[in-house]
Design a protein around this ligand. Structure first.
Ligand code: HEC
Length: 107
């Protein structure tokens, strides 16, 4: 009986961590649409609406987060950054990370 309880608890822990991982991946994808990122960068960050708008899909997570923070803070203010800056003013660092995680894993 003792052994049986232990096995059940182990299975529960695996199920919970799998759910937590799914929730994080889904969040980034949902945020990408919620924050209207797709209106410029296209579905899954793969089809920007203008040649001057960057593709984001498959880019490294760390790089994406750094660029979003720099555009938000104004540290990056080149060519088209103004178009993007207004969009990230209400996006938090946690949300940047979730979105970057999603975009980095788009195939
Ligand atoms: C109004 C159009 C527009 C919207 C909406 C928009 N962006 Fe951008 N984004 C741009 C443009 C234009 C650039 C390139 C800026 C430049 O030239 O410096 C850019 C750059 C970026 C970069 C840097 C890419 C690189 O290769 O350096 C990231 C990351 C990014 N956007 C993510 C997002 C996310 C996430 C959202 C939603 C919160 C979003 N963008 C919404 C237009 C937009």
């Amino acid at each position: 009986m003792k052994k049986f309880t232990k096995v059940l608890m182990g299975a529960g822990a695996i199920a919970v961590s799998a759910m937590a991982m799914n929730a994080q991946a889904a969040d980034g994808k949902a945020l990408y649409t919620e924050k209207n990122c797709h209106t410029c960068h296209g579905a899954d960050g793969n089809a920007p609406i203008m040649p001057l708008y960057p593709k984001l899909a498959g880019q490294n997570k760390e790089y994406l987060v750094a660029q979003m923070k720099d555009i938000k803070s104004g540290a990056r203010a080149n060519g088209m950054s103004m178009a993007m800056k207004a969009m990230v003013m209400n996006v938090s660092d946690e949300e940047f990370t979730a979105i970057a995680e999603y975009l980095a894993n788009v195939k």
